[in-house]
Design a binder for this molecule. Structure first.
Ligand code: SAM
Ligand code: SF4
Length: 458
């Protein structure tokens, strides 16, 4: 969790802010930015809701019983708020707030503020309004202004690895997905603003930056020279920033993987050879029903081109099993695609109907027990592939960017180029350095090895 530095705030003005974050990396970034927006009002982060002056629930609506989780958390917070004689501002932010704002206020009238993902730059106003009016404030319109123009330049340090949102919203309207409704239309931030934010992050000690977007490779932003850049060009601008060791971007749509982006993978050593490229299904019929606008074969050809451009590239993906209309043969096609591509890591989910999306009301809903069976079969194959990938790393030497102390005394932990957590014995003074590690062991979710004190050439 990020936020203001307590030391810089006069004691009298200090207020405690606790943010609970669900969901994706973009929500993690948003939570940090909400803390930045509230810092000038004297709010500094605290790790627990007990005794907090303000609690923000930053919610996710992508799957599962998102709203129910929020209501159950609100029940717990209500008791804390009552114990504080109501002296706690309670805000619900993010995609559940956007989708179910009115329902939240009806069922939980003790909530003070409900705000969607596009309005958090207005938080100071909302806090003042809530204090004045003593009633609930709701801001879930998509505002005409761009929130990034109103966020403070000052942001709390994120650490060795940092997230930077460059793109928001989505115009793809996949049949199953709520994002175009909760985050709104696709929007790209200008390149100059992104590069300036990256420079500030680097000055604060970040060595790795992940550019974020719901559909990040659809980014097409105003270029510093007045033209338009695509993501491939932006990555070149980012790679030229002194002090930055590593670059990543997430999450991408196969349709938006253009030549410039593939060439960036070929040409930029700082761009890590690990790409999260969600395919969702291996069945052309289901891909069409999902409105993904590519086939399984398109995906295979794309991954071949990426691997030709960057031979050490490893892939990660997202899969949905049991989408409406998915037959056993469709599911088998997904397993076939997984076997053909070979993934280093992947996320897989049971299809979860989202109210208001086309797939939710479609015929051919798959029974829950069948979704469970398919998910287990897919996950077992993906686990095998991940274990094989990790086992193949044993005996090799990998570059590791150290991010913090390990769990055991004397140990430090970092990430490989492929985002595998790697433990080694070493001094905490090495945190922030990228060093070579000889890999000795593969564990279920991490690797361990011995420091080799010089850096591998890229
Ligand atoms: N923009 C990315 C793309 O095009 O693949 C995905 C963004 S979405 C926030 C993250 C992942 O959640 C998706 O790739 C998908 O696998 C999963 N997801 C989205 N909606 C879902 C639903 N209704 N049920 C199950 N999984 C879902
Ligand atoms: Fe959702 Fe991604 Fe499809 Fe956009 S491209 S609708 S974010 S799954």
């Amino acid at each position: 969790m990020t936020g203001a530095n307590l030391e810089t705030i006069p004691k009298a003005a200090r207020k405690r802010l606790h943010v609970i974050t669900w969901g994706c990396q973009m929500n993690v970034y948003d939570s940090g930015r909400m803390a930045d927006v509230l810092a000038p009002l004297g709010y500094a982060p605290t790790d627990t809701p007990e005794g907090a002056d303000m609690v923000i629930l930053n919610t996710c609506h992508i799957r599962d019983k998102a709203a129910e989780k929020v209501f159950s958390e609100l029940g717990r917070l209500r008791r804390l708020k009552e114990a504080a004689n109501g002296r706690m501002i309670l805000a619900v932010a993010g995609c559940v707030a956007q989708a179910e704002g009115k329902e939240i206020l009806a069922r939980a009238p003790f909530v003070d503020i409900v705000l969607g993902p596009q309005t958090y730059h207005r938080l100071p106003e909302m806090v003042a309004q809530a204090a004045r009016a003593g009633g609930a404030v709701i801001e879930t319109e998509f505002p005409a202004e761009d929130k990034f123009d109103f966020l403070p330049e000052q942001s709390a340090p994120q650490g060795v690895t940092a997230f930077l949102t460059v793109q928001e919203g989505c115009d793809k309207f996949c049949s199953f997905c709520v994002v175009p409704y909760t985050r709104g239309a696709e929007q790209s931030r200008p390149a100059a603003a992104i590069l300036a934010e990256a420079r500030r992050l680097i000055a604060q000690g970040s060595r790795e930056i992940t550019l974020l977007g719901q559909n990040v490779n659809a980014w097409h932003g105003a270029a510093p020279d007045g033209g338009t850049w695509s993501l491939g060009r932006l990555l070149r601008g980012m790679a030229a920033l002194p002090g930055l060791a590593r670059l990543r971007y997430a999450t991408s749509h196969p349709r938006d993987m253009d030549d410039a982006l593939i060439e960036a993978h070929r040409d930029l050593p700082k761009l890590m050879p690990f790409l999260h490229l969600p395919v969702q299904s291996g069945s052309d019929r289901i891909l069409a029903t999902m409105n993904r606008r590519h086939t399984a074969d398109d995906y295979l050809r794309l991954t071949d081109r990426l691997r030709a451009a960057r031979p050490d590239l490893a892939l990660s993906s997202d899969f949905i099993v049991g989408h409406s209309g998915e037959t056993e043969a469709d599911f088998e096609a997904t397993l076939t695609l997984v076997r053909s591509v070979g993934f280093a890591q992947a996320y897989s989910f049971k299809y979860s109907p989202r109210p208001g999306t086309p797939a939710a009301g479609a015929p051919g809903q798959v029974p829950e027990a069948e979704k469970d069976r398919r998910l287990q079969a897919l996950q077992s194959l993906l686990r095998e592939q991940q274990a094989a990938f990790n086992a193949a790393c044993v005996g090799t030497t990998m570059n590791v960017l150290f991010t913090g102390p390990g769990r055991h005394p004397g140990q430090i932990v970092g990430r490989s180029s492929y985002l595998q957590p790697i433990h080694a014995i070493g001094s905490v003074s090495l945190i922030g350095d990228e060093l070579a590690v000889r890999i000795r062991d593969a564990h279920p979710n991490s690797l361990s090895g011995t420091l080799v004190q010089e850096r591998l050439s890229a």
